[in-house]
Design a protein around this ligand. Structure first.
Ligand code: MG
Length: 283
């Protein structure tokens, strides 16, 4: 694969991301897939999806897990509902994530990814130790499928994420870096964070956002905006990835609810921006 192929999110049945025919029309060569619901995680569905990808000359680069009951309504709700951290749903979600890993294997995909949730601050707390245990258990399953797990960034500072990954102590745990999330969650300047965690970055999102007011960062969302119009600094972002030796896909993440035309236009503009910057930086 060429350096920095453009990518976009797609889904089989989750109603998220861009339809494959739209990706094909925009000449996007790679996709990350939102994991389908359980009833759609079948060998037949996998075959049908792979056939459509191959017809559109699109390569699947990662399968993202997500769970029933997760809500990103505001930061506090996200902390309470997302990932493997909430205790009540943890066991069932780990089991489901293992099944998603199995489905990704049928798809021939070596990378699964997820928002693990807000990693507890206190490393000596029971909740932190529990999270280490379930993460190791999941990673062993993922390894048995010859896969790696990439954690989505944003809910932790770079330092906290690094400490957690070191504490987990497995060699198939990496990072899906999302610069906009650092801004949206108020967890740190994205380029600085990327420089810290860069050696573990195996996939990235291209997304942009503007910061919340300074006294509200970390408690209120920043604002997601079109690529290139926010506070990430796309050229600096790509130049930093270049310096780090990252050559993988540049996966555009942009959800615009209930407006497929606007989403398509927005993603088309993002594709143009990334192609232009890629040319400028790599030639
Ligand atoms: Mg993301």
């Amino acid at each position: 694969m060429d350096k920095w192929p453009i990518g976009v999110f797609t889904s089989v049945d989750a109603g998220l991301g861009v339809r494959l025919d739209v990706a094909q029309e925009l000449e996007i060569p790679t996709v990350q897939l939102h994991a389908p619901h359980q009833q759609t995680r079948t060998p037949q569905a996998a075959d049908a999806f792979l056939k459509r990808c191959s017809d559109a000359r699109i390569t699947l680069t990662a399968v993202f897990g997500g769970f029933e009951g997760e809500s990103y309504a505001d930061i506090a709700t996200t902390a309470r509902t997302v990932g493997l951290v909430p205790k009540e749903t943890c066991a069932a979600r780990v089991q489901e994530m293992k099944e998603i890993s199995d489905f990704a294997k049928i798809l021939g995909c070596e990378t699964v990814a997820l928002h693990i949730g807000f990693v507890p601050q206190d490393a000596s707390s029971e909740s932190y130790q529990d999270l280490l245990d379930v993460t190791r258990d999941l990673l062993d399953h993922v390894a048995s499928n010859s896969q790696q797990l990439n954690l989505e960034t944003g809910q932790e500072s770079a330092d906290h994420l690094l400490a957690f990954i070191a504490d987990v102590g497995r060699d198939n745990l990496f990072i899906n870096f999302d610069p906009a999330n650092m801004i949206l969650y108020g967890t740190g300047a994205p380029i600085e964070a990327l420089q810290k965690v860069g050696h573990l970055v195996r996939s990235v999102h291209c997304k942009d956002a503007t910061w919340a007011a300074i006294n509200k960062r970390g408690t209120e969302w920043g604002t997601e905006v079109s690529l290139g119009e926010g506070d990430v600094g796309m050229e600096t972002y790509l130049r930093t990835l270049d310096e780090l030796g990252y050559e993988g896909p540049l996966t555009i993440e942009r959800e615009i609810a209930n407006d497929q035309e606007r989403q398509k236009a927005d993603i088309g503009q993002a594709v143009r921006l990334l192609r232009e910057l890629r040319k400028k930086i790599t030639s």
